[in-house]
Design a protein. Structure first.
Length: 398
């Protein structure tokens, strides 16, 4: 058994330091697969024989050390901040995510093959990002609420392979984005809580592959709001917390390509209701969380667009059971459509490191009830919504 080269331990319950024991017990092990989420210690120093490590997202890891293992191919996703993080000379590392603030005194250097990276918090500074941006094959990048300079953000423009970019809470503005002309293959972009304006909207409109844009809580001026009408190629737009006149959305809605629109936190006045009823014929998913929606407005919206699901965190008072049942039917239909490829033009989330999110709903018609639960499929953006824990202010619209 000491000559064993490949081992799949599945979900077998193991002690927190079991990885060390296994590698000691099987010194010739080259490939190890594990679905154990409770692993607490992962020290791979001196494990030169290990070539592939396949781990499920780790929920309890306290210590991670990958040192002088350039041949090791692995993806690491941590759902909590570890106490110790030391990664050095790990050229074969393919993907890395920390779903919590970047740990203090972390070492992260010697990378080459990174294809995706997700992290945030003030610990993500120019030194860390410099190491990440040296990886030319980077396909997906998330830097959420970091302490990164504008000069470092400009360097992102050199990553020609990027298809997904999320930079919420950065010091991003139009001046920085002028250096991003080479980013022509993006599918999804998240610029929440930034200071972008009309030039950035214009840049986004010229990316033919772009399908999903989130600019939540961005204070758009009139020129930038007008420019939204140029985003004719996208199918999803997230404007939660963005004060915007309904007229600024008319051209975008009339184009007929927009399928998801998030207006959470807006004022649902008669002008906006009339606009959606008259021009929102292509919408399949309207998000109105943190928004007062009265019974009459909801009925208008649902009658005008029979296929549209209205996603609310609070139902209007006194909804008849028939209307609640219709909401549930539409939620189920949208969920099925998502799971069977409703967005034919959207690139699917291709790796297991992107998690689906779900809202908890209720079947009752109480005023504090949310609309029926809608599970969002595992796309790149669903990972981004989790980055709210890095925010300098509480985000309530994700």
């Amino acid at each position: 058994m000491r000559q064993l080269e490949t081992l799949n331990i599945g979900s077998t319950p193991l002690a927190e330091d079991a990885l060390t024991w296994l590698l000691d017990r099987f010194p010739n092990l080259e490939v190890l697969r594990s679905h154990v989420k409770g692993l607490a210690l992962c020290d791979l120093r001196g494990r030169d024989q290990l070539k592939e490590l396949h781990l499920t997202p780790l929920e309890q890891l306290r210590e991670l050390r990958i040192v002088d293992l350039p041949q090791l191919r692995t993806n690491i996703r941590l759902t909590r901040t570890p106490d110790v993080l030391e990664i050095r000379n790990a050229a074969g590392l393919r993907g890395f995510a920390v779903e919590g603030p970047w740990p203090e005194n972390a070492t992260f250097e010697g990378l080459r093959d990174l294809e995706w990276f997700t992290a945030g918090g003030e610990g993500i500074d120019d030194e860390v990002v410099d190491q990440v941006l040296r990886c030319d094959a980077l396909d997906r990048l998330t830097l959420a609420y970091p302490a990164v300079s504008q000069d470092m953000l400009r360097r992102i423009g050199n990553l020609r392979e990027l298809t997904f970019l999320a930079l919420p809470g950065t010091s991003l503005n139009d001046d920085v984005i002028r250096d991003w002309s080479s980013l022509t293959g993006l599918w999804e972009v998240n610029l929440d809580d930034t200071e972008i304006s009309v030039e950035t909207i214009g840049w986004l409109s010229r990316i033919e592959s772009l399908r999903r844009v989130s600019i939540k809580r961005v204070p758009l001026n009139d020129a930038a709001a007008d420019a939204l009408g140029e985003l004719t190629q996208i199918s999803e737009l997230y404007l939660a917390g963005v004060p915007i006149a309904p007229s600024k959305l008319r051209r975008l809605l009339r184009n007929g390509g927009l399928e998801t629109l998030d207006l959470s936190g807006c004022e649902l006045g008669p002008e906006l209701v009339d606009l959606i009823c008259s021009d929102g014929f292509a919408l399949k998913h309207l998000v109105l969380r943190d928004t007062e929606v009265d019974r009459h407005s909801l009925q208008q919206l649902m009658e005008a667009a029979p296929a549209m699901y209205v996603d609310m965190d609070r139902m209007p008072k006194g909804l008849p059971d028939s209307l609640v049942a219709e909401l549930e039917r539409r939620a189920a239909a949208l969920r099925r459509a998502m799971n069977t490829g409703w967005r034919q033009t959207l690139r699917p989330g291709a790796d297991v490191y992107q998690t689906a999110s779900a809202e908890t709903g209720s079947k009752s018609a109480r005023s504090d009830a949310s609309s029926p639960a809608l599970e969002v499929p595992a796309t790149y953006m669903s990972q981004i919504s989790r980055q709210q824990l890095f925010s300098r202010k509480r985000l309530t619209n994700d």
